[in-house]
Structure formats: structure tokens, C-alpha cells
Design a protein around this ligand. Sequence first.
Ligand code: PLP
Length: 373
Amino acid sequence: MSKPVYLDYNATTPVAAEVLEAMLPYLTQHFGNPSSSHPYGGTAAEAVHKARESVARLLGAAADEIVFTGSATEANNLALLGVARALAGAKRHLVVSAVEHPAVLEPALHLQSEGWALSVIPVDAYARIDPAEVAAALRPDTALVSIMHANNEVGTIQPVAEIAAITKARGILLHTDAAQSAGKIPLNVDALGVDLLTLAGHKFYAPKGVGALYVRRGTALRPILFGAGQERGLRPGTENVPQVVGLGAAARLARERLPAATEKLRALRDALHERLAAAVPGLLLNGHPSARLPNTLHVSFPGIAGRELLSRVAGQVAASLGSACHSDADAVSGVLAAMGCNAGRALGAVRLSVGWMTTPEEIDAAAAALSEM
Ligand SMILES: Cc1ncc(COP(=O)(O)O)c(C=O)c1O
């Protein structure tokens, strides 16, 4: 029996063959601890250094601005809690958007429970933030604004550069969670104007369990873990060399493939949308029509719950309702609720996300299966 077509690349991606190949020697012969002063350590340290340079190049950053972490969740926690710890003497206010991933919302709520003030910026019907709303929320004691680059559920891309112009003028730090952007659209920290940026390996063909935080030179940041001082003391613990090498290889692949990959993803995604729109009267697109990740198609089917639809096509299509992390809950997605989506539309929503490995034949097969329901 053939496997269902995988249309859940926003949940996770397979490890690219080139990434696996780059990693394998660091699971076998090059097993040294990068902190060791003998050649085994030197080989590992050199590999971590090269991976750092590669990730930095993907972002237009310098190597010493990259901190490797165990996940995007950890990178987001380090950004929010680390800035809060560094600036707590003078500042006491944070700003996030209503459509952030729990890996940003939860540390923000944690800080709120510790006495920080928290402003949550609403979004419009397309899940877009109005930079003027961010400007209006800023206070003299605002330490950090954290606004995601692209939304994991509906794919809407936020006007991060416009927000950066506002925060910079006020001397306020800006973090963006770009876990969903890498490998899909070009990323540049100077064009975005951010001070901190989060990456997740497994969203762009590296393995799960590795991420990175870009930290602009001079940014006030304290560690949230304490130990032997690796990663300039910001993320102590023996480096996960194979995973870090994998992240570096994935960053190199993304650099080689973008921007052409963006157009390939967009063509596949749009073909799927056209097929579904023609076959399903009343199908509604969620998220911004143009300012949206090129691989993400979040649509509401009329008259059927997304959960029911996906269970009926489970043999042919593997997709999710929204965020993979909370797809067990029957509650309306927080993102759709923030967009003001009505209950029927939210219930019928399905997220279809294509990736580098998706083929036109898979799009045909998935469109046929979903159209029959
Ligand atoms: C926007 C965004 N941020 C953070 C994360 C968390 O990534 P991880 O679970 O790998 O830490 C995800 C994963 O879905 C995401 O989509």
C-alpha cells in the first residue's frame, strides 16, 4: 500500500539526503567533544564553527551572532526570558502578537506571572499585524517586542521590517520567530532589522532537536541555563555536534535553493489551491492572499469539519488542522479566533503545506482525494 501524500511540511520536514550525509561522520568517527584540546576535539570544534558560519550566512549575520539551541522553543525562551533577565532593572513590559506560537506566548505569560506587563497585539482578518498598533503599545519601560516572521498555521507574513523601524527609533529590542520562514523565503537580519531571530532545524530539512538564536552584537541577553560556558555562556552544555552539523548543512542547502525554491513551492501550492477551488464550491482561503508563506494553503471546506475530512482521506493525504502541537484539542485554533474567523469556517479548516520533496503527481493525487469528500 502506498503511503499518503505528505502535506504537513509546516509540522516537520524529512532530513535532506545531503544533511544526513554531512552528519553521519559526526555520529561515528568524529565523536570528539569540541572543548577537548586534542585532535578529536579540534575536528568537532571545526565542524561546529563551519556550521555556525553557514547558518550566519543564511541570515546575513556574523558567525559570532549565532547561538545553537536544542529547538526553536528553546531559542524563543532564551530570547524572551534572556532579554527580560538582562533588562529587568529598568524595564518591565513586553509586546507580542495574538498569533504567536506557544513557544513565544508561554514564556511571555510566564514573565507576566512574574510581574511583567504584557501587551498582546491583535491581528486583522488575514492574521496581519498593523505596525501602528505596535507603536501604540510601546511604553518607556518596554524591553522587547516579539512578533513572528511567518505564522505556522495560516502562513501570513508579518511586516517585521516596518515594526523594526518603530522599535529601533525607540531603542527597544525586536525578536522574530522565523521558525517557519527558513527554507521557504530568503531571510536577512539586516533587511528585517531584528535584534534576535529564531530558527528551527526540522522545519527546513535538518533533524528535530536543533535550533538557533541569532543575537545581534551588543544585544542585552542573559543565559537561562547555567553550566560550563559553551555558546559564549548563552547556552551551556556540550554541543550537539551531529545536529549542529546538520543545521549547517541545511542552511547551506537553503542558500543554494532559494529563491528558486520559493517559486517551486508557490507553483505547487497554487496548483493545489486551483484544483480544490474548482472542485469545492464555497472553499475559503485563510491567511493573507499574497503576504503568505509560498508553501502554505490553509483553507476552510464548507459543510464538513476539518478533522472529519482528514480522517476520511487519511489513507491518501497526511495534513493537519493547524498547528501540529495542539491538533488533539477540539477547541478553535487561537490563530483563527484572533482572526475573527466564525465557528463554521474555523471548524472546516485544514492546513496543507508543501515542501521541497513535493511532486506535481502528489498534488494531483491529494487534490483528487480532497475534492471527492
Ligand atoms: C512558528 C514556530 N515557532 C516555534 C515552533 C517550535 O518548534 P520546536 O517544537 O521545534 O521547538 C514551531 C513549531 O511548530 C513554529 O511553527
